[in-house]
Design a protein around this ligand. Structure first.
Ligand code: ZN
Ligand code: MN
Length: 155
């Protein structure tokens, strides 16, 4: 989906839930829609500095929380103890490198089926109503795999 369409759909969703759309909210959301680098609050702060020079980290944090609460954005805990943010308009899962911490997006046509399966099983087994899901797999990214193989050879 084009950026504008994704922004439109997202803003409509917020409005429907009674959330007021301010220019700063729109700018932060647009940044997240166009950047899939899983930014931290500080990264977002630096990136939108030209457009919104006086916006505090606390305001950005609160805006992100609002998006998270409304299901538009997800929070990803990072290796360094901080949080990363990700626009979740197109559901996907993440592969995280254990060596360098890089987060990869995996868009998988079967992902909704996987979530539906988990939902069904949770309901059947323990009567739990799953309302949200985030899937994360950990491992070694291709770059680190090469690097580690090279290190092994030269040892
Ligand atoms: Zn890596
Ligand atoms: Mn992602």
């Amino acid at each position: 989906m084009a950026t504008n369409a994704q922004l439109d759909v997202s803003l409509k969703r917020l409005k429907k839930k009674g959330v007021r759309i301010t220019p700063q909210r729109e700018i932060i959301l647009t940044y997240l829609i166009t950047h899939h680098n899983h930014p931290s609050v500080d990264t977002i702060r630096d990136a939108i500095d030209k457009k919104l020079p006086n916006l505090s980290v606390a305001t950005i944090y609160n805006t992100l929380k609002l998006f998270v609460d409304n299901g538009l954005v997800i929070e990803l805990p990072n290796k360094d103890g901080g949080l990363r943010y990700d626009f979740f308009g197109v559901p996907h899962y993440h592969a995280i490198c254990e060596n360098c911490g890089k987060i990869f997006d995996i868009f998988d046509e079967s992902y909704p089926d996987i979530v539906a399966h988990v939902q069904k099983v949770a309901r059947e087994k323990v009567g739990f109503e799953v309302t949200g899901a985030q899937l994360e797999v950990t491992g070694i990214c291709p770059k680190c795999e090469k690097k580690l193989a090279k290190q092994k050879r030269t040892q």
